[in-house]
Design a protein around this ligand. Structure first.
Ligand SMILES: Nc1nc2c(ncn2[C@@H]2O[C@H](COP(=O)(O)OP(=O)(O)OP(=O)(O)O)[C@@H](O)[C@H]2O)c(=O)[nH]1
Ligand SMILES: [Mg+2]
Ligand SMILES: [Zn+2]
Length: 351
């Protein structure tokens, strides 16, 4: 069955049996082209219009989603009927003024967090990606690219291991092919890997190398500002020749966290424990006596950098929460107004 190669399994089949009607058939969203999405069905791929999502209009469709389709042969149109529950979901807060979730990918098993060893190496950024990945439910793996441009690969790997204890870390080069055999173990039939990272770190080059052909365009990084050019412009899921699905994504400029409780707990659970053992429950961890954080910083059991990250992330998360609360309040206010108007009209009619 074709869709089994694309990750369809018992789990989805079970939900399907409960929800789908006989004229529906399952498909996975494999590419996002804005208004249109490309889906893979048992009979091959086709383009479907997003706005034809029938029942769950409030559901945001994402690459990796499994959906139920119905084709109306007399009009030659296909509609998305519902989205199957996601096993994992990688989100960020959408760029812009509005507080909105943007789903980057769904039903991903492993996330390759990609940084390049020559110019994109940044542990604070990696922390953020790790939090979002743990939150998504997928397993993170750190891939450091362009090992051929770096003299201290092992040292960089151990820096990452300190930032991400327990997470697999690999240094690779698509030019010398070093480290690529270590990556093969993640490529298994029906398993989905998403590649995330800044522009120009070599995501598409890695997909092309693993696929053994030039599926995606890649590009030189601009030398002047080393920011890259965002060569990849849409998300696309590729079935690799020897099994395994790989999702190439456009480079992200920034990753604003959306939900993060699980991710923060996984990454910074030890700091939460420390703050809980300060003498005062409202300790500001700055000068209070009996502050477990100050003690740990002085003893060197907590690194200053990690503590600074935690403080910064807490501020950012509080800001997002406040924005969300505000949005919720506005919505409720609006609902209240509508209700009042409705009541007024209702009584007017009766008088
Ligand atoms: N030296 C070296 N260069 C590499 C390696 N992998 C990729 N590159 C180069 O890095 C540049 C950017 O690669 P891309 O694969 O386009 O980067 P990307 O992450 O897909 O970038 P976006 O699509 O913009 O997000 C290209 O010039 C590649 O040839 C590597 O292992 N070693
Ligand atoms: Mg690319
Ligand atoms: Zn304290």
């Amino acid at each position: 069955m074709n869709i089994a190669n694309y990750g369809w399994n018992e789990h989805f089949q079970q939900e399907w049996n409960e929800r789908a009607s006989t004229q529906m058939y399952p498909a996975r969203i494999i590419a996002d082209h804005g208004q249109l999405v490309r889906v893979m069905t048992d009979a091959g791929d086709l383009l479907v219009n997003r706005s034809h999502a029938k029942q769950h209009e409030e559901v945001q469709l994402a690459v990796g989603d499994w959906v139920a389709l119905i084709t109306d042969s007399s009009f030659n149109t296909t509609q998305i009927y519902f989205v199957l529950s996601r096993r994992t979901k990688f989100s960020r807060a959408a760029a812009g003024l509005e507080t909105k979730e943007q789903i980057i990918a769904a039903n991903v098993d492993t996330v390759f967090l990609i940084q390049s060893l020559n110019r994109d190496f940044n542990m604070r950024r990696l922390e953020r990606y790790l939090i979002a990945t743990w939150e998504s439910g997928a397993t993170p793996v750190v891939i450091l690219t362009k090992a051929d441009c770096c003299d201290d690969v092992d040292e960089k790997i151990s820096i990452v291991q300190r930032t991400a204890p327990g997470v697999d870390v690999h240094g690779i080069s698509c030019i010398t092919k070093e480290g690529l055999d270590q990556i093969q173990v993640y490529l298994r039939k029906g398993k989905t890997i998403a590649l995330l990272g800044s522009s120009g770190v070599g995501k598409s080059t890695l997909v092309n190398t693993l696929a053994g052909e030039e599926l995606f365009k890649t590009n030189e990084i601009r030398e002047d500002d080393s920011k890259g050019r965002h060569t990849t412009t849409h998300r696309e899921l590729i079935l690799l020749p020897n099994g395994g699905l790989i999702l190439d994504t456009p480079g992200m400029r920034s990753l604003s966290l959306w939900e993060s409780s699980v991710g923060m707990e996984t990454m910074f659970g030890d700091i939460d424990e420390l703050t809980a053992s300060c003498r005062f429950h409202d300790c500001s961890h700055q000068s209070e006596p009996g502050c477990a954080i100050i003690e740990a910083l002085e003893a060197g059991t907590l690194s200053v950098k990690r503590w600074e990250s935690w403080v910064k992330l807490q501020k950012e998360l509080a800001h997002i929460d406040a924005k969300r609360d505000n949005k919720l309040q506005q919505k409720e206010k609006q609902r209240g107004k509508q209700l009042a108007k409705f009541q007024k009209e209702f009584y007017k009619e009766r008088v």
